[in-house]
Design a protein around this ligand. Structure first.
Ligand SMILES: [Zn+2]
Length: 133
Protein backbone atom coordinates (compact mmCIF):
# COMPACT_ATOMS: atom_id res chain seq x y z
CA UNK A 1 0.00 0.00 0.00
CA UNK A 2 1.17 3.48 -0.77
CA UNK A 3 -0.77 6.73 -0.55
CA UNK A 4 -4.53 6.31 -0.39
CA UNK A 5 -6.13 7.06 -3.75
CA UNK A 6 -7.95 10.20 -2.58
CA UNK A 7 -4.77 11.61 -1.04
CA UNK A 8 -2.76 10.80 -4.15
CA UNK A 9 -5.35 12.40 -6.45
CA UNK A 10 -5.45 15.50 -4.27
CA UNK A 11 -1.66 15.69 -4.28
CA UNK A 12 -1.52 15.39 -8.08
CA UNK A 13 -4.09 18.18 -8.48
CA UNK A 14 -2.14 20.32 -6.02
CA UNK A 15 1.20 19.64 -7.75
CA UNK A 16 -0.31 20.61 -11.09
CA UNK A 17 -1.67 23.89 -9.70
CA UNK A 18 1.67 24.56 -8.01
CA UNK A 19 3.55 24.02 -11.28
CA UNK A 20 1.36 26.63 -12.99
CA UNK A 21 2.58 29.08 -10.35
CA UNK A 22 6.20 28.00 -10.79
CA UNK A 23 6.43 25.77 -7.71
CA UNK A 24 7.78 22.24 -8.34
CA UNK A 25 6.68 19.91 -5.55
CA UNK A 26 8.35 16.55 -4.98
CA UNK A 27 7.34 13.77 -2.59
CA UNK A 28 10.31 12.79 -0.43
CA UNK A 29 8.43 10.28 1.70
CA UNK A 30 4.84 9.07 1.81
CA UNK A 31 3.45 5.79 3.13
CA UNK A 32 5.57 3.84 5.62
CA UNK A 33 4.84 0.38 6.93
CA UNK A 34 5.00 -0.31 10.65
CA UNK A 35 8.27 -2.23 10.32
CA UNK A 36 9.88 0.53 8.26
CA UNK A 37 8.78 3.14 10.81
CA UNK A 38 10.18 0.93 13.57
CA UNK A 39 13.58 0.97 11.87
CA UNK A 40 13.52 4.78 11.54
CA UNK A 41 12.46 5.18 15.16
CA UNK A 42 15.16 2.82 16.48
CA UNK A 43 17.81 4.62 14.46
CA UNK A 44 16.66 8.00 15.79
CA UNK A 45 16.70 6.72 19.37
CA UNK A 46 20.16 5.18 18.93
CA UNK A 47 21.47 8.47 17.57
CA UNK A 48 19.70 10.99 19.80
CA UNK A 49 18.20 9.04 22.70
CA UNK A 50 14.63 8.56 23.88
CA UNK A 51 14.13 12.30 24.21
CA UNK A 52 14.45 12.83 20.41
CA UNK A 53 11.37 14.59 19.04
CA UNK A 54 11.48 14.00 15.30
CA UNK A 55 10.70 10.31 14.81
CA UNK A 56 7.49 8.66 16.06
CA UNK A 57 7.33 5.13 17.47
CA UNK A 58 5.71 2.53 15.15
CA UNK A 59 1.92 2.90 15.24
CA UNK A 60 2.16 6.63 15.97
CA UNK A 61 3.48 8.05 12.73
CA UNK A 62 1.04 9.88 10.44
CA UNK A 63 2.99 8.29 7.58
CA UNK A 64 1.35 4.95 8.41
CA UNK A 65 -2.07 6.45 7.60
CA UNK A 66 -1.38 6.62 3.86
CA UNK A 67 -2.53 10.25 3.77
CA UNK A 68 0.69 12.04 4.66
CA UNK A 69 3.59 13.26 2.55
CA UNK A 70 6.94 14.87 3.18
CA UNK A 71 7.55 17.40 0.41
CA UNK A 72 10.51 19.21 -1.06
CA UNK A 73 11.16 21.44 -4.02
CA UNK A 74 12.56 19.97 -7.25
CA UNK A 75 16.05 21.30 -6.50
CA UNK A 76 16.20 19.43 -3.21
CA UNK A 77 16.73 22.55 -1.10
CA UNK A 78 16.92 21.74 2.62
CA UNK A 79 15.20 18.35 2.31
CA UNK A 80 13.53 17.52 5.64
CA UNK A 81 15.14 20.58 7.20
CA UNK A 82 13.66 23.78 8.56
CA UNK A 83 15.33 25.71 5.73
CA UNK A 84 12.63 24.30 3.44
CA UNK A 85 10.34 26.94 4.98
CA UNK A 86 12.28 29.62 3.08
CA UNK A 87 11.70 28.05 -0.36
CA UNK A 88 9.12 29.31 -2.83
CA UNK A 89 7.48 25.87 -2.74
CA UNK A 90 7.01 26.02 1.02
CA UNK A 91 5.46 29.48 0.82
CA UNK A 92 3.20 28.26 -1.99
CA UNK A 93 2.04 25.35 0.21
CA UNK A 94 1.31 27.65 3.14
CA UNK A 95 -0.87 29.77 0.87
CA UNK A 96 -2.61 27.06 -1.14
CA UNK A 97 -2.41 23.54 0.30
CA UNK A 98 -5.59 23.86 2.33
CA UNK A 99 -7.61 24.37 -0.86
CA UNK A 100 -6.57 20.83 -1.81
CA UNK A 101 -7.29 19.33 1.60
CA UNK A 102 -3.72 19.30 2.95
CA UNK A 103 -2.65 20.71 6.30
CA UNK A 104 0.74 20.98 7.93
CA UNK A 105 0.73 18.78 11.01
CA UNK A 106 3.63 20.21 12.99
CA UNK A 107 3.93 23.96 13.41
CA UNK A 108 5.56 26.26 15.92
CA UNK A 109 2.21 26.52 17.70
CA UNK A 110 1.70 22.73 17.90
CA UNK A 111 5.04 21.81 19.49
CA UNK A 112 3.64 21.96 23.01
CA UNK A 113 0.61 19.81 22.14
CA UNK A 114 2.21 17.22 19.86
CA UNK A 115 5.72 17.09 21.28
CA UNK A 116 7.11 17.15 17.73
CA UNK A 117 9.42 19.78 16.33
CA UNK A 118 8.07 22.08 13.62
CA UNK A 119 8.15 20.38 10.20
CA UNK A 120 7.43 22.68 7.23
CA UNK A 121 7.71 19.68 4.86
CA UNK A 122 5.15 17.35 6.51
CA UNK A 123 1.60 17.62 5.09
CA UNK A 124 -1.38 15.45 5.89
CA UNK A 125 -4.42 15.10 3.69
CA UNK A 126 -7.60 15.79 5.68
CA UNK A 127 -9.95 15.72 2.69
CA UNK A 128 -12.91 17.84 1.80
CA UNK A 129 -13.34 19.17 5.35
CA UNK A 130 -9.96 20.88 5.20
CA UNK A 131 -10.68 22.03 1.67
CA UNK A 132 -13.88 23.68 2.90
CA UNK A 133 -16.14 21.73 0.51
ZN1 LIG B 1 6.75 13.44 7.70
Amino acid sequence: MYLRAEALNAFLAMAQAARKDGAELRIVSSYRSGSYQEGLYERAVRRDGLSQRYSAPPGHSEHQLGTTVDLSDARGTSVLEEGFARTFESRWLEQNAERFGFRRSYRDDTVARTGYVTEPWHWRYHGAVAAGK
